[in-house]
Design a protein around this ligand. Sequence first.
Ligand code: UDP
Length: 391
Amino acid sequence: MTRLLFLIADTGGGHRAAATAVARHLETTEPGRYAITILDPFADAGPRVVRRTADLYGPLTRHARWAWGALYHATNSRAAVAVLSASALRVVDRAVKRAVQDARPDAVVSFHPLLNHGAVRAVRSASPGVPVITVITDLVDVHASWACADVDAIVVPSPGGLDRCRRAGIPADRCHDIGLAVDPAFTAPLPTLAERAELRTRLGLYPDRFVVLVCGGADGSGGIPRHAAALAASGLDVELAVICGRNRRALHRLRNLIDRDGHPVAMHGFVTNMADWMRAADVVATKAGPGTLAEALCCGVPVLLTSYLPGQERGNVEWVIDAGLGRYVPRTAQLVDAVAELAAPASPGLARMRAAVRQAARPDATARIAELVRSMARTATEQRPLTTARA
Ligand code: UDP
């Protein structure tokens, strides 16, 4: 049995989604071979003040993006990260160390920028010889806190991420440009037209209309009510599906939204079948969250970016535009125009975007990350002296 400790934090949904994707891949390809603990040290074991601080992520990114941007940029340097990790972040070290002692892992994988240094400290003191791996869950702009030079391997999501880690002094042989981990549900073969019609019917959608999926990450950020309402009022011959995530207020505000035929618009809070919704959609209108972007690409669906978090998501917007994967449409009028263009019969813009999306998707990323974790855990176990190695 190989024991793995995956460290995450529920700030947004991308960290847990990536960890769960890798865990699911390992557990389904080699059933019964792994005991995987996914731990959020901020929520599960951290002191109350730390839990409260981590809980601020959702409201901050929904209502005060400027403050988030200021925080991001103020801490985006090696010096600031060194100060943070020697002070505020020390409080989660205890939780990580306890988890390492309890789970006695063969490898520790950090899926969160603020947990890399703590993971290294905990492992070096409680379980030397156990490899620590960082899996970056941002896409293009990589915050300085990801680039911890003391981990044994760093999985980077893109050439831009690789560049950031190399400039931070991480040796090339420790950097692996693999991509972002997405759940296997997003990487299944694309549905045929008949399968997609059947899927839409199962989700309560018309089988044959152009479907716009409106979402905004796990916390439902980026002005979902504004964008959904504008599309519903536009009179376009499209069907809307709206996923508000944990944003209950958005769900409440939109509860009476109707389509142009007077039918209620498909509307949900946090869903656990996001892959179904994406595979049913023709286009996704979303904030530029890395997880959502990578998932949409694997589902072959172009993206209309309605907003981005200052700091880590700005580069995603530039990448989407440069690679032709979609558009940046922060104003509702721009969103409605873009949907009108893409939903037009035989839209050349949609065909171009779909081709670019197919090129950019990295559906093998999860399998390759899982293989890296598996092989590093196994090598470390084999190299451990017999007196300390476990059966
Ligand atoms: N997600 C989900 N259910 C929802 C809303 C979002 O499972 O109702 C998932 C989504 O599929 C993605 C993640 O939450 O995996 C959002 O990650 P992203 O990086 O896009 O944004 P974040 O929430 O981290 O800001």
